[in-house]
Design a protein around this ligand. Structure first.
Ligand code: HEM
Ligand SMILES: *[C@@H]1O[C@H](CO)[C@@H](O)[C@H](O)[C@H]1NC(C)=O
Ligand SMILES: *[C@@H]1O[C@H](CO)[C@@H](O)[C@H](O)[C@H]1NC(C)=O
Length: 316
């Protein structure tokens, strides 16, 4: 009898604590339709615009990489506070309107129940699956943060070395080098603006395929005042697949950091491994996304459930 009680205690109290109180199906009793509402909004957006997967993946990463996955990236600046959104690293991060649409739908179904941080996580998960990526369960129960400050944004840029980026993933995010390489697989979708890679063009970067170089020189010199963009995965830029790794092995990485992953000793092995095994990529990508989505989350009665994702609730 004693043993059973101890085991029960373990399951009810100690294990949930160990997983930060996130759990799959967190909203099952409080808002049964939460996950299907998110999925429906994402699906109807996706049917009009296949690039939302890229938007949400980058938004999710840039949320989790700054003070954890607490939806701090969604908060607007105020007269007295400059928010994360204004940071150069967040230039052109998009998808805010999708999150707002999901939130509005959820607020009318289940007021003040589903966090903006969970909405980002679930919407990204659903978009990945729609783009041919893995289908996976994500634990929920995140709470929304109260702080968003531009000075907290310390995401390294695309011309940083593999060692700087690995250190950031290790020390700031608690992710391994293998998980980092796997998450860079998100660059299998989406685009980059010339301003993020044109330093590789003026005197041609020898690590770039000459054909790609010529194409990008042409693209980027055609600009007047605007900043044109090109797919990060030049072959299958709307599909979540392992094609990105094949591309960087063929010197067709657009960003310097993407190309370096295929060249640096510490990452090359992971790149060749995932490039040759699409099934393994899908499995590893799902696991790494779940882990990224658990970085420094707020749970229990920490933070709040924001009513509008772009402003903290009024606490007066
Ligand atoms: C520190 C590591 C990383 C660096 C330096 C980096 C850098 C960049 C840059 C410079 C762009 C182009 C942005 C633009 O032109 O608007 C970009 C786009 C993108 N990044 Fe990353 N990235 C990193 C990690 C990640 C991770 C971990 C994910 C997701 C798991 C991710 C997902 C994306 C996606 C999906 C896009 C395309 C966005 C779009 O089309 O709107 N990135 N990244
Ligand atoms: C936050 O800023 C966006 C874009 O500037 C704007 O569309 C939105 O209405 C703002 N949110 C609120 C609640 O004011
Ligand atoms: C971070 O790096 C240290 C030192 O190399 C290592 O012991 C630790 O396991 C790494 N952490 C992760 C999550 O990879």
């Amino acid at each position: 009898m004693k043993k059973i009680i101890i085991i029960l205690l373990l399951f009810c109290f100690i294990l949930p604590l160990a997983f930060g109180e996130l759990k799959v199906g967190f909203y099952e009793s409080s808002c049964q339709k939460a996950e299907s509402i998110v999925k429906n909004v994402v699906k109807s957006r996706f049917n009009r615009d296949k690039t939302i997967t890229a938007a949400l993946l980058r938004l999710h990463f840039h949320d989790c990489a700054v003070s954890g996955c607490d939806a701090s990236i969604l908060i607007n600046s105020t007269q007295s506070n400059t928010a994360e959104k204004e940071s150069g690293a967040n230039f052109d991060v998009r998808g805010f309107d999708i999150i707002d649409e999901v939130k509005e739908t959820l607020e009318s179904a289940c007021p003040s129940t589903v966090s903006c941080a969970d909405i980002i996580t679930l919407a990204t998960r659903d978009a990945v699956a729609l783009s041919g990526g893995p289908q996976y369960e994500v634990p929920t129960g995140r709470r929304d943060g109260l702080v968003s400050n531009i000075n907290n944004v310390k995401i390294p840029g695309p011309s940083s070395s593999v060692s700087v980026i690995s250190q950031f993933f290790n020390k700031s995010l608690g992710l391994t080098t293998q998980e980092m390489v796997t998450l860079f697989g998100a660059h299998t979708v989406g685009v980059a603006r010339c301003s993020f890679f044109d330093d590789r063009l003026s005197s041609p970067d020898p690590t770039m395929d000459p054909g790609l170089n010529a194409k990008l020189v042409k693209l980027c010199s055609s600009r007047d005042d605007n900043d044109p963009s090109t797919p990060l995965d030049q072959k299958t830029s709307l599909l979540v697949d392992n094609g990105f790794y094949t591309q960087i092995l063929a010197k067709k990485g657009v960003l310097q950091i993407d190309q370096q992953l295929a060249l640096d000793q510490s990452t090359r092995g992971f790149v060749t491994d995932i490039a040759s095994n699409g099934v393994k990529f899908q499995k590893n990508f799902a696991n790494a996304m779940v882990k990224m989505g658990s970085i420094d989350v707020l749970v229990g009665n920490q933070g709040e459930i924001r009513q509008k994702c772009s402003v903290v609730n009024n606490h007066s």
